[in-house]
Design a protein around this ligand. Structure first.
Ligand code: UFG
Length: 328
């Protein structure tokens, strides 16, 4: 099976490359290295190119007959999307449209899309399933929902079959610590907490303790990056077996508060972690937890690293490797 992975040098994309290669797929990564790293691509072929360049996309699709395309290359910061929506609509929507048109021209009919819990906006129910109302409250979520809409239309008009996977909070690292999260700047809770544990940062700021939750801090559903990658692999299988276009919410269905994450990190690392209380971060809902029953039923998805302790353990092994690399 030939798979093209757009954004395969990034956090989730690089775990996808590794997992698909282990399953015997022939993987080609296409990435402009704007936020990814060449050495995160540990298998397959690497093509340096920019999604903003339709000729480069055309050229990579002409290299071989791809059975499927996966698309991880997008901007992902909610706050930045509010301040600079233009780059979100340009990169996440317009460039994806170019990619889809090029796929149609090359007769590539299967597409796996990285979507997000941010398409839902403010949660109306305790657990969020696929039917939950989609009312994004920031340009990031809106940009992903626009692509989901385009995918529905491309299916009807051109027969392009797709699976949109809506991630809740991607976390953890490769169980062998070969690759992991390397955002610059880092904004995600678990790597920041672990950087505070390793001494790379002085402390971790808790963004708000006055939410309507048991301990007052925000609750999120942390899902291991390797389990996310596995859902993508199963999504290709689904489309190969002539499955219909679908959307799936991907999480563990368990919520952990920011304070609980810090406590687990203290246990796993055995380090003291200094906590500073900060104000709420704009646009943060109190609680986001997935109902992933559909992914389990339709794709046969079965997360292997569902407990937060394992997620933090793997992220900690990676943070320690990073610390060595930063010294070296
Ligand atoms: N947090 C802190 N301190 C920090 C960083 C984060 O307290 O230094 C808190 C946040 O306020 C939030 C929780 O930790 O309550 C998790 O924050 P992350 O930034 O790790 O993740 P988000 O839940 O904000 O983001 C995730 C995805 C986004 C997606 C969003 C949907 O990473 O891509 O969910 O709301 F858009």
């Amino acid at each position: 099976m030939n798979v093209l992975i757009i954004g395969g040098a990034g956090y989730i994309g690089s775990h996808m490359v590794a997992l698909l290669a282990e399953h015997g797929a022939d993987v080609t990564t296409f990435d402009n290295l704007s936020s990814g790293y060449r050495d995160s691509v540990i298998a397959g072929e690497f093509v340096h190119g920019d999604l903003a360049d339709p000729y480069a996309i055309d050229a990579v699709l002409a290299r071989k007959r791809f059975d499927a395309v996966m698309h991880f290359a997008s901007y992902i910061q909610v706050g930045e999307s509010v301040r600079n929506p233009a780059i979100y609509y340009r990169n996440n929507v317009a460039n994806t449209l170019n990619l889809l048109q090029s796929m149609v021209a090359h007769d590539v009919k299967r597409f796996i899309f990285s979507s997000t819990a941010a398409v839902f906006g403010v949660p109306q129910t305790d657990l969020i399933d696929e039917e939950h109302v989609k009312a994004p409250i920031n340009p990031y979520g809106a940009s992903k929902l626009m692509v989901e809409r385009m995918l529905a239309d491309f299916d009807v008009a051109y027969g392009l079959k797709s699976v949109a996977l809506r991630y809740f909070n991607a976390a953890g690292a490769d169980p062998q610590a070969r690759i992991g999260e390397r955002h610059e700047p880092e904004t995600h809770l678990i790597p920041l907490v672990l950087q505070a544990a390793s001494g790379y940062r002085p402390n971790i700021s808790v963004f708000g303790r006055d939410y309507q939750t048991a301990d007052g801090t925000c609750i999120r559903d942390y899902i291991h990056v390797r389990d996310l990658a596995d859902a993508h692999r199963l999504a290709i299988e689904h489309l190969l077996h002539t499955g219909s276009s679908e959307q799936f919410n991907l999480g563990n269905g368990n919520g952990y508060s920011v304070a609980e994450v810090i406590e687990v990190a203290r246990r796993v690392t055995g380090r003291t972690i200094e906590v500073v209380d900060g104000p709420r971060r704009e646009g943060d809902p109190a609680k986001l937890v997935a109902n992933s029953t559909k992914a389990k039923a339709v794709l046969g998805w079965n997360p292997q690293f569902a407990d937060l302790e394992t997620i933090v353990k793997h992220a900690w092994a990676w943070e320690q490797r990073q610390l060595e690399a930063r010294k070296g």
